[in-house]
Design a binder for this molecule. Structure first.
Ligand SMILES: Cc1cc2nc3c(=O)[nH]c(=O)nc-3n(C[C@H](O)[C@H](O)[C@H](O)COP(=O)(O)OP(=O)(O)OC[C@H]3O[C@@H](n4cnc5c(N)ncnc54)[C@H](O)[C@@H]3O)c2cc1C
Length: 831
């Protein structure tokens, strides 16, 4: 009996020490005490105790004395590591080392410090930024529609081009000292969000010069002369930039571009100067066809050693005026009928002086590092904001449509079948906006969130896609027939553009999120890898030893914490002062964070470099990290917005959905782990009592759907920042008016129905029920007007456009909502 109690005590002690990640001396002292107890109480036979004491002495002395530990253990492991670690190319290393680690590091730590997240100040706009959103952004949105740009101009109307240049839309990220708007990341994100809720050509045209490209690269790496010349011109739209990286033979594998620049001497402005002779072929280049300044990425070679010893200098970025001899530009692609400017460009034996390289000669060959370092900020803002803006408009308009469109005498939004996609749209949008805002806030705090921006790019574009698909299902034929009264078709068609650009989504999920996250966010892996490259043996030994034993403690601790939290349902995990209804979510997130850290370490330990090729496992581990981040942003939003009681269903839905998916991803890793024995241990560790999460409940989905189909402060908060058109014929406006009018008319119609039931009103087939009710004094003249107005507006909402047999746009009805469109139609008709 004593033996059983002793063993139980040892197990509890082990888990307690591992749980708190106890120091080596505490382990040694506790084990020594346990052996003393076993000796004193005869819990174990004396001989066994003596053997165990000998083993303890043998292990404890080197383990607690670092110089000996390094000699006997760490140096040997380091040598083995050096042999087995897969070789890393310089481009891989630059990609992995780029950017900063922040909240992603906490999520990977197994014990995220929630106080840190909650202490992040909610991002705020300055008065100037707020005014820009309320005036310039409102005005430009009012000047344009998607239908008009796509089907009449095949481009932004000239007046809109001029307006965005004049008002500085193309230079939001350029500092004020160079004539730009010098906006914060949050303001930049808000602008993109608003424009995206209006018109895809408008938002992409504004987004691209403010993302990774000439402006951003010049800001960080340009020579003073380049900055002084180009930044003011870019800020005022005197130069239209584009950035050309993609080659027909190198898309996702962008570092493999075959475009080349040979260092040589050549003539420029009548003088012989050192420069590069370029040959390139690019495609898919946004703004390329109208660009005046081509940012070009190519690989520089120096076969004649004019710059130094090296021949292959690496990827280099230069700025080339598009009117420079030999630059071919101007043709267009048609990306899913979107009309933002996009096209190929190429050049053969084009000579440029060396000082056209961004940053001049010292930056020749540093292009990949420049791109990787600058990628995070733009990626954190552009596509997450674009997709959130699009989703805001789609959610608001579809929710309204689902309220006013009735079938089987019921608004379609009240059918359970329709509630399901509506709930998903609402829950997704709540967490999309939360993620967009928090990530932009991090950029404003000086972070370059490499991993979190990849998560934002992937998950917000995927959610944007799902929102568009759900909306399309709900809208039925109304979403399918294109025309000025279709609020959805263009977004639905063009969503694959977001999925493909800035790192195609499959690649981002399979390679980048976990591949970069595991190395960057892990507290020890990067240090261990750095030690293998350290030339000084003494330093390498010291650094590696510290990292290795820290790592072992980390794994043990996460193992123990995952099991313990799994058994007690994580109820004992301390949580700061948060909304009581969210308290347990924080605890479960801590539990899943420990599980992720544990599974990641086991996967890296067992599979080593092969994990890189096991993309499905890597993608699922990345999914867990992603969902933990999405839950963090959702909870943070709920706190930052003052724990809005009425918004709680959106928050709960988003959390349950993400936690269920995180759990599915964990299970996916375990079920498919190549070593079945280890998989069994993983399952017992991560889910000792089974899986705790299910999909969001039907009741919760019902509550969310109801929030979307009727006006409320919650619906306004959910769609805040989108453009609300004022034009009486604009479909998004008409839906809003129809919802309000329908809700106002419904009690009147109910009274009419009651009167009919009570026999006070008889209406024959074909008669106008409301008019008869007025005659019978059941309703007033004002009420009749309200009923008729509601019917008229609903009728306007459900109508779709039709065209002449040749589908000519000349037939666009007065629904051509802006003066510019009406003008173009009139001109076309006159011609
Ligand atoms: C409308 C539009 C605008 C663009 N604008 C610009 C621009 O301004 N400048 C610019 O330089 N480029 C631009 N691009 C290019 C864009 O960045 C590329 O399209 C993108 O990098 C993908 O390359 P690809 O289309 O050749 O696809 P591919 O590289 O052929 O990829 C095809 C599929 O394979 C997947 N895949 C590839 N490798 C892996 C892997 N290792 N693991 C898992 N999956 C993988 C991808 O995820 C994708 O799903 C634009 C593209 C489009 C369509």
């Amino acid at each position: 009996m004593l033996t059983v109690i002793w063993i139980a005590g040892v197990v509890v002690g082990f888990f307690a020490l591992a749980y708190v990640n106890a120091a080596g001396w505490l382990w040694t002292g506790t084990i020594a005490a346990a052996l003393a107890i076993a000796w004193g109480t005869h819990a174990l036979p004396p001989l066994i105790v003596i053997v165990l004491v000998a083993i303890l002495a043998l292990l404890a002395i080197p383990l607690n004395y670092p110089p000996l530990r390094r000699k006997l253990i760490s140096d040997g492991v380091l040598a083995a590591f050096r042999k087995i670690l897969p070789p890393m190319t310089s481009t891989e290393r630059e990609a992995i080392e780029a950017g900063t680690v922040g909240w992603d590091g906490e999520l990977f730590s197994g014990r995220p410090d929630w106080k840190k997240l909650l202490a992040l100040p909610p991002p705020r706009l300055t008065a100037e930024e707020q005014s820009f959103l309320e005036h310039e952004c409102e005005e430009v949105c009012g000047m344009v529609t998607d239908w008009e740009t796509t089907h009449i101009y095949k481009d932004l109307p000239p007046a809109v081009w001029q307006y965005i240049k004049d008002k500085g839309f193309l230079g939001m990220i350029i500092p004020k000292e160079y004539g730009g708007l010098g906006f914060s990341a949050l303001a930049h994100s808000q602008v993109v969000t608003k424009l995206a809720s209006r018109c895809s050509a408008l938002v992409v045209t504004v987004m691209v010069p403010n993302s990774l490209g000439p402006g951003e690269l010049l800001r960080h790496y340009g020579t003073d002369e380049q900055k002084r010349y180009y930044l003011p011109r870019l800020a005022k739209g005197q130069e239209i930039p584009c950035f050309a990286l993609t080659n027909p033979h190198a898309g996702s594998d962008a570092a493999a571009i075959p475009d080349a620049g040979i260092v040589c001497r050549g003539d420029y402005q009548g003088k012989s100067v050192l420069g590069l002779r370029l040959n390139w072929e690019k495609r898919y280049i946004t703004l390329g066809p109208v660009a005046t300044l081509l940012g070009l990425a190519f690989r520089a070679f120096d076969p004649e050693h004019l710059l130094g010893d090296k021949e292959d200098l690496g990827i280099t970025c230069a700025l080339i005026p598009t009117n420079h001899p030999g630059v071919n530009i101007g043709r267009r692609h048609m990306p899913l009928s979107a009309v933002f400017q996009n096209g190929p460009n190429w050049g053969k034996d084009v000579f440029i002086p060396l000082d056209w390289v961004i940053g001049g000669q010292p930056m020749v060959g540093k292009g990949w590092r420049m791109l990787m370092e600058c990628l995070a900020a733009g990626r954190a803002i552009s596509l997450p904001s674009l997709n959130t803006g699009m989703a805001k408009m789609v959610v608001r308009a579809t929710g309204g449509y689902a309220r006013v469109r009735s079938q089987f005498k019921t608004p379609i939004g009240k059918f359970e079948g329709v509630e399901e996609p509506l709930a998903r749209m609402g829950g997704y949008l709540y967490s999309m906006d939360a993620t967009r805002t928090l990530t932009a806030g991090m950029v404003d705090l000086g972070e370059k969130p490499a991993v979190l921006s990849a998560i934002g790019k992937y998950h917000l574009t995927e959610r944007g896609r799902q929102v568009a698909i759900d909306a399309m299902d709900i809208a039925g034929g109304k979403g399918i027939c294109m025309g000025p009264t279709n609020f959805l078709g263009a977004a639905y068609m063009q969503i694959p553009v977001s999925i493909t650009v800035e790192g195609a989504n499959i690649l981002t999920r399979s390679l980048i999120i976990f591949g970069q996250g595991a190395i960057r966010c892990h507290p020890f892996v990067l240090k261990e890898m750095a030690a293998t490259r350290e030339p000084d043996a003494q330093t390498a030994s010291l650094v590696f030893d510290r990292a290795l034993f820290g790592h072992i403690g980390f794994v043990l601790s996460n193992f123990a914490r995952t099991i313990v939290m799994g058994i007690i349902g994580s109820r004992l995990v301390p949580v700061p002062d948060v909304a009581p209804e969210t308290h347990h979510y924080y605890q479960q997130l801590t539990r899943f964070s420990a599980a992720l850290a544990f599974l990641a370490d086991v996967s890296m330990g067992v599979l080593g470099g092969a994990l890189k090729r096991k993309e499905k496992l890597s993608a699922r581990l990345g999914d867990v990290l992603s969902y933990l981040f999405l839950c963090s942003t959702t909870l943070k939003r709920f706190e930052d917005e003052g724990r809005q009681r009425e918004d709680a269903p959106l928050m709960h839905w988003a959390i349950w959905d993400a936690m269920f998916k995180a759990q599915t991803a964990l299970e996916g890793v375990i079920s498919n782990f190549p070593n079945r024995l280890i998989a069994m241990v993983m399952r017992r560790t991560v889910f000792p009592l089974g899986r705790p999460y299910v999909i969001p409940s039907d009741k919760l989905g019902h509550d969310v759907a109801r929030l979307l189909i009727e006006p409320s402060a919650t619906r306004d908060r959910l769609t805040a920042g989108m453009y609300q058109p004022q034009g009486e014929t604009d479909i998004v406006r008409v839906i809003e008016s129809a919802v309000a009018a329908t809700l106002a008319a419904e009690p009147i119609e109910a009274r009419i129905r009651e009167a009919q039931k009570a026999g006070r009103l008889t209406v024959k087939a074909g008669e106008d029920q409301a008019a008869i009710a007025l005659a019978a004094s059941i309703i007033t003249a004002d009420e009749l007007t309200m009923v008729q107005r509601a019917k008229r507006l609903v009728d306007q909402v459900i109508r779709v456009d039709d065209f002449a047999p040749d589908l000519g746009v000349s037939e666009v009805r007065p629904l051509a909502v802006t003066p510019a469109a009406a003008d173009a139609v009139a001109r076309k008709a006159a011609a």
